[in-house]
Design a protein around this ligand. Structure first.
Ligand code: A3P
Ligand code: MG
Length: 264
């Protein structure tokens, strides 16, 4: 994450929000979108109608608020246009998932969230994840650091994975050391389980999009976790095609232990 943009500037012409200001805005808007979703949940019965209304109303509020607060910035939202032309080459691009885990939201569980992230010149600089039904809210600037304690592979590693689409790589990991699998819905729920120290790693493969993982990645990086693709490369953000097939989020010692197995 860039520190240089935190430097104060005296020139109004070049003034741009600081990283801390952008992270605070991400947090404020994730929280406010979450409040709208909680109210809608309480006003509607479980089912597809709640899910579709949640997606649509969260998108409308969140994208409208970003346009008011940051009128010069581009926005990529899961529920918005997928045409890359309006955001191609944008200096500042917000990547948002107004409702991640929407089917769980429709059913009435607590595994869903709101993602708000900012990419500047292709680099992920700020983000926030709200898990309103779980009372959790985290942003990249204020999240506490996760201690990089050693990976005790002999005792085993806990890995959180998609409830509906667990990664095939689990089998290779389980052949190398004991693995405790924790199935959860929603990328933000799984990421905050690593940030909170409840599990050692979040592993996903088989498909995802930048709106699913940009804000979780920003919060994880802010907490000192390592975030990469399963081949060890950093996750790219702001591409024309927002498809983002796989990821691994873990503290560095655990990340090394897992990639040692996956890349062997
Ligand atoms: N194989 C896949 N292809 C496309 N998207 C996927 C996917 N696996 C997970 N996702 C998306 O990643 C998010 C988290 O998924 P999961 O809960 O399974 O971990 C969900 O976003 P949405 O709920 O916003 O659609 C889901 O649609
Ligand atoms: Mg999503």
């Amino acid at each position: 994450m860039s520190a240089a943009r935190d430097e104060p500037t005296s020139s109004a012409a070049t003034a741009e929000p600081t990283v801390a200001e952008d992270a605070a805005l991400a947090r404020e808007l994730a929280d406010a979108t979450g409040a709208i979703l909680l109210e809608l949940r309480d006003d509607t019965g479980p089912g597809r109608d709640r899910e579709y209304r949640g997606d649509a109303e969260a998108h409308e509020f969140l994208v409208g608020a970003l346009q008011r607060h940051r009128p010069d910035d581009a926005v990529l939202s899961e529920e918005g246009t997928q045409d890359p032309a309006p955001r191609r080459g944008a200096h500042r691009l917000w990547i948002v998932d107004p409702l991640d885990g929407s089917s769980g939201y429709g059913r009435g569980g607590d595994e869903w969230g709101v993602h708000v992230a900012l990419v500047v010149d292709g680099a992920l600089v700020a983000g926030a994840v709200a898990l309103p039904a779980r009372g959790e809210l985290a942003d990249s600037a204020t999240v506490a650091a996760v201690p990089d304690t050693p990976a005790d592979v002999e005792r085993g590693i806990s890995v959180t994975v998609s409830r509906s689409r667990p990664p095939v790589e689990l089998r290779r990991l389980a052949a190398a050391f004991p693995v405790r699998t924790v199935a959860r819905s929603a990328a933000g729920v799984k990421t905050l389980a690593v940030v909170d120290g409840e599990v050692d790693a979040y592993l996903h493969s088989g498909g995802q999009y930048e709106w699913d993982n940009a804000a979780p990645a920003a919060v994880a990086l802010g907490a000192g976790l390592r975030v990469t693709r399963l081949d060890g490369r950093p996750l790219p953000f702001g591409a024309d095609d927002p498809y983002s097939p796989d990821l691994l989020i873990a503290r560095p010692a655990v990340h090394d232990a897992i990639l040692d197995v996956l890349l062997a």
